[in-house]
Design a protein around this ligand. Structure first.
Ligand code: ATP
Length: 734
């Protein structure tokens, strides 16, 4: 028997690919592993039987001779079919548009860099002239639209468009397509969603995992039920209740996935109604905490008592890495770390190295930024440290952080507050945990959530709760929990930065979460200052082109401006830019360049002046940066007209280029194809920019001239004469 499977938590692309693959393997059975997405569930309720989509029950492994995997190539995402791969006799075919994970031993692997897997399969069906029903064509469009943002994401290819055209001709029903596509949330909904995420509490009622979240909105916001869906989509839990205070009432929306908790019963107790799995209530109450208490007691009295499940606390993972530290760190630094540990012992505080330093140490990359987390009082520790080491101390009382600069090192010190587990998706709020654990649980990726203890008895012990060391080994960027990008969408940019810097891949689950977060358009509620910081960091990386491309694929560039498109034109410009930057650094190593600004000029160069104005207003740029960006945009065509003339005088070259920054001129170099313009810019870089006149204002006074504004004109004229006195030949041969 042939069996067709896809990953757990399927989206429309996965569902459509299952059905499309069965057109290629007509005798195959589909095994659908379920989904969290409400619109897909609704589609299956409406059409699942007609499309013969079945679950995965009753499948006998021995009977399966061939396994067709669609929309993933990762074994870990295949739920109960994970184990099938130990059977070497099984023939495996894969169809996927994600870069191959290579962990499935496939006989046939069809991979194409297109917007959706459904596109790959539609193309095969079209070429084989296999007829589709209108319903199949409709589902395939849903698959392609969902993964390409209705053909708007930069990852969309010509093949995706062609596939859509073909499917419309096959009779797809576009009315149905719009009915089932999910639409992004509006700004007010996003604001509420963020508050909900921050307030999420996990409760265990007789072993059922239930989320309760609350938020308040100053005005009425419609359709808050979709927020319950959005939250539930991201985490596998038994039930969720959201309480949103709007005007003088509190709206309650409840969703359940288990018969053990009838949310209709809960909401009826609170004056509302609904079904076992979906219900709501409008509670006459102004105080959210009181409403929460009422809700908790309503849940307690509605729950069917079953066998309790128990929440598991991950064991604390510790591993000595002292020998690695001895091998990779300078002796002086190791000695210094021992001093830090001893000082910690003295004041009875646990001291940890954290973040980028630990990550880079394990990777064997040099990193001089030392970040410490102190369980106790970071400021007190910093005072003691600066006293014994004689360094400079800066304290930030509000955040309980400090910076100590001692000869050769700068150390950032943070205090880990003693606290309770608050992270969404974790255990109930009543379980206290160690502060370092709470500190690490708030970090962005597993590879950044590692710590090394420095106290004497535990010196060199690596602390790894989230599998960061394994991910470093496997080259994976992975978030710690499913709400990570909602909690802080700047992490979407950070994921790209780290994955490109270390040549790591973003894990499939994390990639899906990014896609979902982008679809929710969470960027709109982000502080532009923080996004700007992350963008600057990405563009300042050694080779940012791949990262820019990756940002485009994840639709992140649209956040800078929706009109920015990553096409061949921009790609080629970036390549030229990178080579100009490299050669400039080789020839003029003492020039300081703001690399990010040059790449930013390139990314925004196709915008209209008004659009660039919008970008500059949205992000916080300094006055200088703003004028550089505007000038690089405006002046180009005028400058090129003059610069590409062979006969232009040195003084003219100087007057044109001198007002520009180095970044702007390098950008010009990358943009022009004119040999003469390049030559003239080169003359400026190598010679003209260094020319100075010997005469000063004092000399003019000595000659009997009265000082005044005309002095600068005279000095400028002298300079231009001197520039023009350079024999042209000597310049041309530079
Ligand atoms: P780099 O080598 O680029 O400096 P880094 O990891 O040191 O890398 P920083 O931006 O200095 O990066 O951040 C220091 C640490 O703080 C990170 O390792 C991470 O643990 C944490 N961190 C930074 N930004 C976030 C964020 N947005 N969300 C969660 N944790 C973050």
């Amino acid at each position: 028997m042939d069996l067709i499977v896809t990953h757990t938590g399927a989206d429309f692309d996965a569902l459509a690919s299952l059905v499309a693959a069965r057109k290629l393997y007509p005798s195959a059975r589909i095994a659908f592993l379920g989904t969290q997405e409400e619109n897909i569930k609704q589609f299956l309720r409406d059409f699942g039987t007609r499309l013969k989509i079945t679950g995965s029950r009753g499948i006998e492994r021995e009977k399966i001779k061939r396994l067709i995997v669609v929309e993933t190539s990762s074994v870990s995402r295949l739920g109960p079919f994970k184990n099938f791969f130990q059977d070497t006799a099984l023939e495996i075919h894969i169809y996927d548009h994600h870069p191959p994970e290579k962990d499935i031993p496939a006989k046939k692997f069809v991979y194409k860099e297109v917007g959706a897997t459904t596109t790959i399969l539609t193309d095969i069906l079209r070429r084989k002239k296999i007829k589709l029903t209108s319903l199949e064509a409709t589902l395939f469009i849903l698959g392609i639209y969902e993964d390409t943002g209705s053909l708007s994401f930069p990852s969309t290819t010509l093949s995706d468009r062609k596939a859509i055209r073909f499917l419309i001709r096959q009779g797809a029903n576009l009315g149905l397509v719009t009915k089932y596509l999910s639409f992004p949330l509006n700004h007010d909904q996003v604001t509420i969603l963020k508050d909900l995420v921050h307030s999420l509490e996990t409760h265990y009622f007789h072993g059922l995992r239930v989320y309760i979240a609350k938020a308040a909105s100053p005005k009425y916001v419609g359709d808050i039920a979709v927020l319950a869906h959005s939250l539930r989509e991201m985490e596998n839990l038994d039930a969720i209740f959201i309480l949103v205070k709007m005007e003088d009432r509190i709206q309650l929306v409840a969703r359940s996935q288990t018969r053990a908790l009838d949310v209709g019963k809960v909401t009826r107790i609170l004056g509302g109604g609904g079904h076992t799995t979906a219900a709501s209530a409008s509670i006459k109450e102004k105080n959210l905490d009181k409403a929460r208490m009422k809700l908790i007691s309503a849940v307690q009295s509605s729950i069917k008592i079953g066998k309790p499940k128990s929440g598991t606390i991950q064991p604390k993972k510790e591993r000595p890495v002292l020998s690695l530290m001895k091998k990779r760190l300078p002796f002086e630094l190791l000695k210094f770390f021992r001093t830090l540990g001893l000082l910690g012992d003295e004041v009875h505080m646990r001291i940890f190295l954290v973040g980028g330093f630990v990550r880079d140490l394990l990777l064997g990359v040099k990193d001089l930024d030392i970040d410490l987390v102190i369980e106790g009082d970071g400021i007190l520790f910093a005072h003691k440290l600066s006293r014994i080491m004689g360094g400079k101390l800066h304290v930030h009382k509000k955040f309980k952080t400090a910076v100590v600069s001692v000869p050769n090192f700068k150390i950032d010190i943070a205090t880990a507050r003693t606290e309770y587990y608050e992270r969404p998706g974790a255990l109930p709020t009543v379980i206290p945990q160690s502060s370092i654990r709470a500190d690490l649980s708030r970090r962005d990726f597993t590879i950044n959530a590692l710590a090394i203890q420095l106290n004497r008895r535990h010196f060199g012990h690596l602390i790894d709760y989230y599998g960061g060391e394994r991910d470093l080994r496997q080259g994976k960027i992975r978030v710690l929990h499913n709400f990570s990008f909602i909690e802080d969408p700047t992490r979407i940019f950070r994921a790209v930065r780290f994955s490109e810097r270390y040549n790591f891949s973003i894990s499939p689950e994390t990639r899906d979460l990014i896609k979902r977060a982008v679809r929710l358009e969470l960027f709109e509620s982000l502080s532009p200052e923080r996004v700007r910081q992350e963008l600057v960091a990405i563009l300042n990386e050694e080779n940012p082109i791949k990262a820019i491309k990756r940002m485009a694929e994840l639709n992140e560039l649209a956040y800078i401006h929706p009109s920015i498109k990553y096409g061949r034109h921009l790609h080629n410009l970036l390549i030229r830019l990178s080579s100009e930057i490299k050669s400039h650094r080789r020839c003029f190593s003492s020039d300081l360049l703001a690399l990010w600004l040059i790449y930013f000029m390139a990314i925004t160069h196709n915008l209209t002046m008004a659009e660039l104005g919008e970008v500059l207003q949205k992000f916080i740029f300094s006055k200088k940066e703003r004028s550089k960006l505007f000038r690089s945009h405006k002046a180009v065509s005028r400058l090129f007209k003059v610069l590409q003339k062979a006969s232009i005088s040195p003084a003219r070259i100087y007057t044109l280029l001198h007002p520009l920054s180095l970044e702007e001129i390098i950008f010009l170099l990358a943009r022009t194809k004119s040999k003469f313009a390049k030559k003239n810019i080169n003359i400026y870089f190598k010679k003209l920019r260094y020319v100075r006149v010997d005469t000063t204002g004092h000399d003019l006074i000595k000659r009997g001239l009265k000082p005044g504004p005309h002095f600068s004109k005279i000095l400028q004229k002298l300079l231009l004469d001197k520039l023009n006195s350079h024999p042209r030949k000597s310049l041309r041969n530079l």
